[in-house]
Design a protein around this ligand. Structure first.
Ligand code: DON
Length: 305
């Protein structure tokens, strides 16, 4: 069933007209300024279909969606040794929790919770000459877009109020699993979260996780088959924190959310879809984004199960 356009248009209008019980993230003060009525959906398929509805070209703060590409770059640089520093188990806890680190001796459960992404940023700092510049260049290459930047405002806003991340980084350092200066690691982490992209850019960027050879649209290889399998698997089991089971249950695709209200989901061998609606449910995932994707995979019978 591949008449995606009609289906997306219908679900988009149904979900747009529904009540939104979520709230916009405000613990990063700058994020609270977004217009909560934004709603966009963009689908990119491996057969080169491009279908979008609503605010598809408007850039927004991708936040934790960037954790996919920090992981991708660290995995390319460090290979299987990466898993000595971060585990691959769902945490069943909120994205910014400190709880399990004590019993796990500073080894984060997975690379998509904040603790894990902070360790990944530490690894990148150890490998990259100019971490911010080099990471952004990698991002531009994967997305085939030169038009990408960090948001100074969002990064600085998070830096001023990022008390939990500051605590996480110091706590992990006390176990020896952060090798660089905590301020450098946190600064880099906040900047990676501040990247701004549109739904169209997101679905095209993460299409590399769906195509046969895991290449960019310009055929540049990004990951090996085995690496792509593993990243998709971690997205399926850990991409939505303590709501990962719920996302797999309702949507049935590997995916990743961000507190800016974006979600990307991947159907290997078929497509990547990006949704943006800023109001979040209690677990920090876009309320309408999840609803849209649930209806989309049900109606198109295109979950991986
Ligand atoms: O570290 C934070 O709290 C944010 N920069 C990112 C969190 C996030 O996007 C979690 N996603 N749902």
């Amino acid at each position: 069933m591949e008449n995606y356009s009609k289906i997306i248009e219908q679900i988009y209008s149904d979900v747009k007209n529904m009540d939104d019980i979520g709230t916009v993230a405000s613990y990063i003060p700058e994020l609270a300024f977004v217009d909560a009525n934004n709603f966009g959906v963009h689908l990119s398929t491996i057969k080169n279909q491009q279908i979008g509805f609503g605010n598809v070209y408007k850039k927004f703060s991708i936040q934790s969606i960037s954790k996919i590409l920090t992981l991708t770059l660290a995995y390319k640089l460090k290979g299987e040794k990466l898993w000595d520093r971060v585990d691959v188990e769902p945490s069943g806890n909120p994205f910014n929790s400190l709880l399990q680190l004590e019993s796990d001796q500073g080894k984060p459960r997975n690379p998509f919770i904040n603790a894990g992404a902070i360790v990944i940023c530490d690894i990148l700092i150890s490998h990259l000459k100019n971490p911010k510049e080099d990471f952004l260049n990698f991002y531009k290459e994967v997305s085939n877009s030169q038009n990408l930047k960090y948001s100074e405002k969002v990064a600085q806003s998070e830096k001023k109020t990022g008390f939990r991340n500051i605590a996480l980084c110091n706590f992990i350092k006390s176990f020896g699993n952060i090798k660089n200066d905590v301020n450098d690691v946190l600064d880099f982490y906040f900047y990676t979260c501040s990247i701004e992209m549109s739904c169209k850019e997101l679905s095209n960027t993460f299409l590399f996780l769906a195509n046969d050879n895991f290449t960019t649209t310009k055929n540049t290889p990004v990951l090996t088959i085995s690496q792509a399998k593993r990243i998709n698997a971690i997205m399926l089991t850990c991409g939505f924190y303590d709501e990962s089971g719920e996302f797999a249950f309702r949507v049935g695709l590997p995916g990743k959310s961000g507190v800016g209200g974006g979600i990307i989901a991947v159907h290997p061998n078929k497509y990547c879809i990006a949704v943006w609606s800023p109001k979040l449910n209690k677990k920090g995932n876009s309320f309408k984004g999840m609803l849209f994707l649930e209806k989309f995979t049900s109606k198109t019978a295109s979950s991986i199960f």
